[in-house]
Design a protein around this ligand. Structure first.
Ligand code: CMC
Length: 443
């Protein structure tokens, strides 16, 4: 009869073990510890350097089927949310688990908007950054600094405190992002306009000049809503893993979110939208694409905005953005990089290398082209990723805090260094030439 167990025979000892299979296909790594060659053995461990096959949590927030190209928040397909929802409603869904009714939505929107202002000292803090500081670096520091403004946030086991910090951070992050942008431009900061939508207010804080009231273009405002919906959560990606891992030692959520933003900054994660645009500019013309493909296949370059740890099919977010680009270009004018991107995608998707490696465009391939057409400078692209991802980070963090199975994140290692050595006095150590290789490898 079929059983939900895994039978393991340790050929070192001939011993037999039955390991339970949970959730239709999961074994607990700790179940391996009982498998020992000798009584004083540590027991077996699994080795998974980049968590490619290790679940670190049980989560109810986001579902991805990477082979089929499916993405759902709390069960709702990303395509439906992108078409019918707005960012704040989607953020509510992600944070609370259900779509709000009218009353709950209005209260949520109001509760977010009353937190859009920041303490005046935050402005002064930001003035300390160099004129050419990368806005993502500024965001890492400034969100971390919020930790010092809200000491009540340390009360992470208090539901009301977690709710308050969640609303605060979702409310303040557009303001911090916009201030970072204005700082690099040498422009005065624009205070929030709570009469506008979440994205309309962001556009106002970024682009308002001397007009009394900024009127966002409705097409661009809606495009930003869709972009924000698509970026709101993506289960256990690098920055969310940072949020959970750092949060597991129980600092306040601002210090924790600063770590998540730092993780997002890298070119392999949220920085890929910036890197993808730089790559398209570097390619420069459709005629130069074959040469780029050759370099990628030789291992000299990576196609930024291509490939994904989880999607082995077209990233559903990229599909939505590719279609949305045309609507944005009707307002902004066509970004000529789209021609290079579409041709690059066409050639790549017919090429054996990309087919065999299952490399498809990801969300960052088209988002940068849209952001650029909308007038955002490239170094703001990862910041525009961080703003909506804040709701996902806070939801994942709260889920982690509430999960009785979670403890401080502390992976094991496979030690491959020296065994016991005795200290020798400086004058009697081997000559530098004998030690140089080992020392230079260490840095
Ligand atoms: N261009 C060329 N080859 C690639 C690419 C790429 N973009 N991505 C992966 N490969 C190849 C890689 O060389 C390797 O080949 P081989 O097995 O022959 O050595 C194979 O595919 C597997 O690559 P990997 O690096 O082991 O895969 P991973 O799951 O660790 O990496 C990734 C995932 C997203 C970091 C990677 O695909 C990548 O670097 N892409 C470019 C950066 C990018 O667009 N990142 C945004 C990801 S989506 C938004 C987000 O969640 O942040």
């Amino acid at each position: 009869m079929a059983k939900d167990t895994l039978s393991v025979t340790d050929n070192r000892t001939g011993k037999h073990y039955e390991i339970p299979i949970e959730e239709g296909g999961v074994i607990r790594a700790t179940a391996l510890r009982q498998i020992k060659a000798a009584d004083d053995d540590f027991g077996l461990m699994s080795y998974d350097p980049a968590f490619t096959n290790t679940a670190s949590c049980r989560s109810r927030i986001t579902y991805i089927d990477g082979d089929k190209g499916i993405l759902r928040y709390r069960g709702y397909p990303i395509e439906e949310l992108a078409e019918k929802s707005n960012y704040l409603e989607t953020a509510y869904l992600i944070v609370k688990g259900e779509l709000p009714d009218r009353g709950h939505y209005d209260r949520w929107e109001n509760n977010i908007k009353i937190h859009t202002m920041v303490h005046e000292n935050i402005k002064k803090f930001m003035e300390g950054y160099r004129y050419d500081a990368h806005p993502m670096g500024m965001l890492v520091g400034t969100v971390g600094a919020l930790s010092t403004f809200y000491p009540d946030a340390k009360d992470i086991h208090n539901l009301e405190s977690r709710r308050l910090q969640t609303r605060r951070l979702i409310g303040k992050i557009p303001t911090l992002a916009a201030f970072a942008y204005r700082h690099t431009k040498g422009l005065p900061y624009v205070y929030p306009d709570n009469e506008l939508s979440y994205t309309g207010n962001l556009l106002s804080m970024l682009f308002k000049m001397t007009e009394l009231r900024y009127k966002p273009n409705p097409v661009l405002e809606r495009a930003l809503e869709v972009l924000f919906i698509l970026h709101a959560d993506h289960e256990q990606n690098c920055s969310t893993n940072a949020m959970r891992s750092v949060g597991s030692s129980q600092p306040d959520p601002y210090a924790t979110a600063a770590a998540a933003i730092a993780a997002l900054y890298g070119p392999l994660h949220g920085g890929a939208n910036e890197a993808a645009i730089r790559m398209l500019m570097d390619i420069g013309s459709v005629a130069a694409i074959p040469d780029m493909i050759k370099k990628v296949k030789n291992g000299d370059r990576r196609l930024m905005g291509f490939g994904h740890r989880v999607y082995k099919n077209y990233d559903p977010r990229a599909k939505i953005l590719k279609e949305m680009a045309a609507q944005v270009f009707e307002v902004t004018g066509r970004n000529p990089l789209i021609d290079i991107a579409i041709e690059l995608e066409r050639i790549a998707l017919q090429d054996d290398y990309f087919i065999s490696h299952k490399l498809y465009p990801n969300v960052d391939f088209y988002s940068g082209i849209i952001y650029q057409a909308m007038g955002f400078p490239m170094d703001m692209f990862p910041v525009l990723f961080a703003i909506p991802r804040t709701s996902g980070w806070m939801a994942q963090w709260a889920e982690m805090v509430r999960d009785p199975e979670q403890k401080i994140a502390r992976p094991r290692q496979v030690y491959i260094g020296e065994q016991l050595r005795r200290y020798s006095p400086l004058q009697s150590r081997p000559k530098p030439t004998q030690r140089e290789d080992a020392v230079s490898e260490a840095i």
